[in-house]
Design a protein around this ligand. Structure first.
Ligand code: PLP
Length: 418
């Protein structure tokens, strides 16, 4: 079943003029989506990278139901509640020691806006003239104006370009070019920027571009040496995607500011947090109200969302999540290896549970419509995949069955023939 063409809904990242069918989903379980007619799709991109364990995980659903019996929503300026207190304490426990403060918000973009404002507020309150932000080439940090400003410029944000603030861009550390990127960061850091923001180890929307842990560690220490705050945007990489709970763990990197969202609630309900080191909190701490951190959204630390996140953290504590991640990573490796030498396939790559490959784009005209044609091909075969340009990637929930994963890769193999 698809939604009626009379629907008033304006969908995100959707060109309605192309009149592509929009499936109407009625329920979901594990890695599967179902419509009311009994058709099913395998969700091979975790509903845009959010669903970690699987759809409708019973413990998360139960936690949400239980919380709705108690407290639905509460102003968070000057008030607090148990689910948020439990969650904040647990986040501090599972992240590295220097991260001591938790600021709540409600989306990945907002967690990035908060991170940028924390960094700029920190230096403003200390009377230090540091305002510039450094970014990595090809980055994506969200779709609000500040988040777009620190992300790659292109077709997605062209109309807003005059409004986006100027940033310093460090070249992406492509294989063999790592030192070039690090040298560029070193030079940029001498000009006293406020912060560097990075997606650790893998750039998601930029095309699943992977760089090594040692480069991340080097970038971190260059920033530290120059007093530049290091912001890790783990909105996509967090919660096991890259093989470890956080991507920074693989590099032994402790950021000054850490953004988390997407898998924070297991992907069930919106919530985000920005964690920071004590000196950033301390520079806002004062008896002077003018130095307070002026940021809030209406649903900051919504109790139902916090209860879902607490259930997610319990799942990480009690269930063999790491084993599932390892199992999925190995299965992804095997499937990717089978296609690695197929005609038209280049740059097969994998980090943890994320596998990606590029489809040869020698014929740019033909391929300019490749992604939409692939999306339709997969959709008609019961698979939800959404290539980024000519990059096909698989990022499923950890609970996907081996059969469903095999079906996803069979669909990809078949799509290389079209
Ligand atoms: C998805 C994403 C965001 C934006 O998160 P939203 O919840 O969509 O606002 C920010 N940073 C990264 C790395 C992301 O992948």
């Amino acid at each position: 079943m698809t939604h009626a063409s009379s629907s008033p809904i304006w969908h995100p990242f959707t060109q309605h003029g192309l009149e592509e069918p929009i499936p109407l989903i009625a329920r979901a379980e594990g890695a599967r989506l179902y419509d009311a007619d009994g058709n099913r799709w395998i969700d091979a991109i975790s509903s845009w990278w959010v669903t970690t364990h699987g759809h409708a995980h019973p413990r998360i659903m139960a936690a949400i139901r239980a919380q709705t019996e108690k407290l639905d929503q509460l102003i968070f300026a000057g008030w607090t509640h148990e689910p948020a207190e439990t969650l904040a304490a647990e986040l501090i426990r599972i992240t590295p020691g220097p991260l001591t403060r938790v600021f709540f918000s409600d989306s990945g973009s907002t967690s990035v806006e908060v991170a940028l404002k924390m960094a700029l507020g920190h230096f403003a309150n200390r009377g230090e003239p540091r305002q510039r932000i450094l970014v990595l080439e090809h980055s994506y940090h969200g779709d609000t104006i500040g988040a777009m400003s620190v992300g790659a410029r292109g077709v997605f944000n062209k109309p807003y370009d005059p409004l986006l603030f100027d940033v310093g861009t460090i070249p992406f550390p492509h294989e063999g070019m790592e030192q070039l990127a690090l040298d560029a960061l070193e030079v940029a850091c001498t000009q006293k920027p406020a912060a560097l923001i990075v997606e650790p180890l893998i750039l998601g929307a930029g095309g699943m571009l992977i760089y090594p842990a040692w480069v991340l560690a080097e970038m971190r220490s260059i920033c530290a040496a120059h007093g530049v705050l290091f912001i890790a945007d783990e909105v996509m990489t967090g919660w096991g995607r890259t093989g470890t709970r956080f991507a920074c763990d693989q590099a032994g990197v402790i950021p000054d500011i850490l953004c988390l969202s997407k898998g924070l609630t297991g992907g069930a309900i919106p919530l985000a947090v920005t964690l920071c080191i004590e000196p950033i909190f301390a520079s806002h701490w004062s008896t002077d109200r003018a130095r307070a951190f002026y940021h809030s959204s209406s649903y900051t630390a919504n109790p139902i969302a916090c209860a879902a996140a607490n259930a997610n953290l319990e799942i990480w504590r009690d269930e063999p999540v790491e084993e599932r991640i390892d199992g999925l990573a190995q299965a992804q490796r095997a499937h990717l290896a089978m296609l690695a030498h197929a005609p038209r396939v280049s740059s097969p790559r994998r980090l943890g549970t994320i596998a990606a490959l590029d489809v040869d784009q020698s014929d740019a005209g033909y391929l300019s419509g490749l992604a939409p044609r692939l999306i339709a091909f997969y959709r008609d075969r019961g698979v939800l995949l959404r290539p980024l340009g000519n990059t096909i990637y698989v990022m499923p929930p950890y609970g996907i069955t081996p059969d469903d994963l095999a079906e996803v890769w069979t669909a990809i193999a078949a799509s290389l023939e079209i």
